[in-house]
Design a protein around this ligand. Sequence first.
Ligand SMILES: [Fe+2]
Length: 441
Amino acid sequence: MTAPGSDQDLRLRIAGELERARSRSTLLTEVVDETELMRQHSPIMSPLVWDLAHVGNQEELWLVRDVGGRDPVRRDIDDLYDAFKQPRKDRPALPLLRPDEARGYLTTVRSKVLDLLDGIRFDGSRLVAEGFAFGMIVQHEQQHDETMLATHQLRLGPAALAAPPPPAGTVSVSGEVRVPGSRFTMGTSTDPWALDNERPAHVVDVPEFFIDAAPVTNREYLAFMSDGGYDDERWWSGPGWDHRREAGLTAPLHWRYDGVEWGYVRFGRYAPLIMEEPVVHVCFYEAEAYAAWAGKRLPTEVEWEKAARWDPSTGRSRRYPWGDGDPTPEHANLGQRHLAPAPVGAYPAGASPLGVHQLIGDVWEWTSSGFEGYPGFVAFPYREYSEVFFGNSYRMLRGGSFGTDRSACRGTFRNWDLPIRRQIFSGFRCARDPRPEETGA
Ligand SMILES: [Fe+2]
């Protein structure tokens, strides 16, 4: 139940979040010209103008038609923007709305949404309780904004986006953190905008493990490369080695070697590597090989979440490593404020009680777990959000990146992708079992 008088607060908060998402979509699609918006910059990405109109179409389907019960704005374009009916490779050839038409469509849909938001009460169906459907649409737009940001990174040509560099590291963070064995409450049943795959909260017995205090840095990853890691089959899983050979992997995506040193091309600009930055744009198989080379392994999803949320003094699970409050710029590198991960040690205020740093923001972190529903999972509000992806070869990613908005990032938030993908802002940290002499402290 919503407390009396708080409906208006929630309406204002929703309107603000919708506006923040739209400002970001607008920025990402106004810095390049019409030809670039219509073009496919990579076969695994949509033209930017498809993402833009798709965001509006989902908003129309869920909020205008479903929640609001209003007449359709453009029923004729539903199929064009249905991600399940239109594979990404086919999207550029579709009769898509031109950029101006797409912008006009988004404006029409948004004005209807703000109109219906004005009089809504949040104590009705489960879809509207606590503003869930609005929160889902905010997160959906922000998720597509991160996808559009990844498209910008893949795009060739002069730089279009700019942002100040992330803060420097202010504390020294290295080594591992011991996480004692205990019962841990994973997932959530109470976070109002948590998506179906984060639910319900359930207790898992997690044996003792060690986890890196920070994500693996460029310096550490370069040591793996210099040691011949890409050419040594011992470190790679069978499917990983097959992929490494077929795809000709020799370094993270976007890295360049100029004959003297390594650098990367980031959003259209070349820069030498910053050694203390978390490595980014590696696939699951590269992360797995690095971990084997380091004598470790990737954390499981429950280990990652326990390192991020478990409060050893109370046994309670927090929303974030630092507590229950929403992220601020002091806690984590989120929301495209910067166009790069921050060096290790840049966010001491965001560390977990056990001293694990930069779990939220900077880079998505690969885990060894596949995608399954939690015990008691119920698809809501539609199977296509999560359930149809269960049980395939996806690997889970946690924690969000510099391109993830705070509205789409929590200690419980789950992301997934194929183990070969590295266009996303993906890095990792390692974990390991305790050695015999370390157990039962
Ligand atoms: Fe979508």
